[in-house]
Design a protein around this ligand. Structure first.
Ligand SMILES: Cc1cc2nc3c(=O)[nH]c(=O)nc-3n(C[C@H](O)[C@H](O)[C@H](O)COP(=O)(O)OP(=O)(O)OC[C@H]3O[C@@H](n4cnc5c(N)ncnc54)[C@H](O)[C@@H]3O)c2cc1C
Length: 429
C-alpha cells in the first residue's frame, strides 16, 4: 500500500475533529477505531462547553445531536446524613449557547457519518497493535497482519494511549495521575425530566456532587439530564482509592450514591439502559507528555489534555480543539514536506496560544491543592451540619442567630488556623 497522508487512531472527538479539518484541506486520511462504531467505547459525564471551540468547531458541529442546553447548575455538598445545595440559573445560560449535555454514542457516531459523507474512511472494529517505523520516524500503523503506511500518525486513542507510549512520548503511568469514572444512563420520559428538574423542553441541568459520594476520597458525582435519559456517575481518584482503608471500589460508590435521599425521587422509575467505566487523566498540565515526535502527534486524552477538578471534568472541548489544531499543523507540514518533530512543532505552539494549554496551565496547581481529604470529607460534612444547626428549632432556647453561627463556626473548627491557611492558599491556585 502506498503511503497515505495521515492515519488517525481512535474515532473519539479528538480523532474525528482532526479528520474533519484534514479532509477539508483535501488530505488523504483514514480513521481507525477498535469499537463497533465511533462512540461505542467512549464515555463522558456529559457536558460539552461550546464557547471555547465556537470559532473552530461551529461548522463541524452544525446540527449535532446535542441532548439539552444546560440552563441550571446545581452543586451539592453531601454529608453522611445531610446536604447543602446551590441552584443557579440565569438569562445568560438560557439565551446563549454555553454548554450542552451529550451522549457520545450518539454524537461521535453522527460525526463519523458526517465525515464518511465527505469521503473520509472511518473504519470500525479495527484495533491498532503497533506503529511502523522508518529511519527513527513513525511511518504508519500495524493491526494484526495489516499495515497502513502514512506520513503522519495521529494518536487520538484516548487516555493511557498505547500509541503515545509506543512512541515514547508519555510519562510513566502513575495511579495518582488518573481517576476512574463509573456511569449509568437511565431512561426517563422527557416530560418527567422536565417536571422533576424544573426545566422546559430542550433545557437541562448539570448537577455536581462533592463529599459523601466518594466517601472522603478525591472525586465527586454527577447527574446530567439528557433528552429522555439521565447520565449519573461517580469519579474517584485511583491513587486515593488505592490508599483508602477500608477499600472501596467505584461501582460500590455508584450504588451507594443512587441510594441517597437527594437522588431517590429524581431517579424514581428510571431504568438503567447503559453502564460504563472509563479512566480520566487527572494530572492536569504537569501530566502532559510530548505533544509530537517524528511522524506522530498526540491529541485529546491521549496527550493528557483534560482538566479534572474533582466535580467537573473538561476534556471534550480540549479533544476537539487539539484534534483540529493537530490537523492544521499537519497541513503546514505537508506544505513544507517536513513531517519530522521539527516540522510538526507548530502543533504545540498553536496549542500554547489557544485556550487548551492556557486553561490547563492556569489550573496547574489545582490537582495539588485538591490532594487534600478536607475537601472531600471535612467541608462536605461540616457545611451541611452548620446549616442544620442553624435551622434546627426545639424546646431549648435558640440564642441569637449571630452568636449561634459564631459558636458553631468555632466548635466545627472552621476558624482554626489550619482552615484559615487552607482558605488563604486558594489565592495561589
Ligand atoms: C466519567 C467521565 C466523565 C467525564 N465528564 C466530562 C464532561 O462532563 N465534560 C467533558 O468535557 N469531559 C468529560 N470527560 C472527559 C472526556 O470524556 C474526554 O476528555 C474525551 O472523551 C476525550 O476524547 P478523546 O477523543 O481524546 O478520547 P476518547 O473519547 O476516549 O476516544 C479514543 C478512541 O480511541 C479508540 N482506541 C483506543 N485504542 C485504540 C486502538 N489501539 N486501535 C483503535 N482505536 C483505539 C477508542 O475506542 C476510542 O474510540 C469525562 C470522562 C469520564 C470518563
Amino acid at each position: 500500500m502506498d503511503r497515505i497522508d495521515v492515519v488517525i487512531v481512535g474515532a473519539g472527538l479528538a480523532g474525528l475533529s482532526c479528520a474533519w479539518v484534514l479532509s477539508g484541506h483535501g488530505l488523504q486520511v483514514i480513521v481507525v477505531e477498535r469499537g463497533d462504531f465511533a462512540g461505542s467505547k467512549n464515555v463522558t459525564g456529559g457536558r460539552l462547553y461550546l464557547k471555547p471551540i465556537n470559532a473552530m468547531g461551529s461548522e463541524m458541529l452544525d446540527g449535532a445531536p446535542f441532548e439539552r442546553k444546560v440552563v441550571r447548575e446545581r452543586w451539592s455538598l453531601l454529608g453522611s446524613a445531610n446536604s447543602v445545595s446551590i441552584d443557579h440559573t440565569s438569562d445568560r445560560f438560557r439565551n446563549e449557547d454555553h454548554s450542552y449535555t451529550v451522549l457520545r454514542a450518539r454524537l461521535d457516531r453522527w460525526l463519523s457519518e458526517r465525515l464518511m459523507a465527505r469521503g473520509v474512511f472511518v473504519i470500525p472494529k479495527y484495533r491498532v497493535d503497533d506503529l511502523l517505523w522508518e529511519n527513527g520516524a513513525v511511518a504508519g500503523i500495524r493491526a494484526g497482519a495489516e499495515e497502513i503506511p502514512a506520513h503522519v500518525v495521529v494518536a487520538a486513542d484516548g487516555v493511557l494511549s498505547f500509541m503515545g507510549r509506543k512512541a515514547g512520548l508519555l510519562p510513566p503511568l502513575s495511579p495518582k495521575a488518573y481517576a476512574v469514572g463509573m456511569k449509568e444512563v437511565l431512561e426517563l420520559p422527557e416530560e418527567k425530566i422536565n417536571d422533576r428538574f424544573n426545566v422546559g423542553d430542550g433545557e437541562g441541568v448539570a448537577h455536581l456532587f462533592l463529599g459523601d459520594v466518594t466517601k472522603g476520597v478525591f472525586g465527586g458525582g454527577f447527574l446530567y439530564t439528557n433528552r429522555d435519559t439521565l447520565s449519573l456517575g461517580v469519579v474517584a481518584g485511583i491513587g486515593a482509592m488505592m490508599g483508602r482503608v477500608p477499600a472501596l471500589d467505584a461501582s460500590t460508590l455508584l450504588e451507594m450514591f443512587k441510594e441517597r435521599y437527594e437522588l431517590r425521587r429524581l431517579l424514581d422509575g428510571a431504568k438503567t439502559v447503559e453502564y460504563s467505566a472509563h479512566v480520566i487523566p487527572e494530572a492536569g498540565y504537569d501530566g502532559i507528555g510530548k505533544l509530537c515526535g517524528n511522524g506522530i502527534l498526540l491529541a485529546g486524552d491521549a496527550a493528557g489534555l483534560a482538566l479534572n477538578m474533582g466535580v467537573t471534568v473538561r476534556g471534550m472541548e480540549f479533544a476537539i480543539a487539539s484534534g483540529m489544531t493537530a490537523a492544521e499543523a499537519i497541513v503546514e507540514a505537508k506544505a513544507s514536506g517536513d513531517y519530522s518533530e521539527k516540522g510538526l512543532t507548530r502543533y504545540g505552539e498553536r496549542l500554547r496560544e489557544s485556550f487548551v494549554l492556557k486553561d490547563l496551565e492556569a489550573s496547574r496547581r489545582v490537582p495539588g491543592y485538591l490532594d487534600n481529604d478536607s475537601f472531600f470529607s471535612y467541608y462536605p460534612e461540616t457545611f451541611p451540619g452548620l446549616v442544620e444547626k442553624m435551622m434546627w428549632f426545639d424546646e431549648n432556647p435558640k440564642g441569637s442567630p449571630g452568636k449561634t453561627l459564631w459558636k458553631e463556626l468555632r466548635s466545627s473548627g472552621m476558624l482554626s488556623v489550619k482552615r484559615l491557611i487552607e482558605l488563604y492558599r486558594i489565592r495561589n491556585i
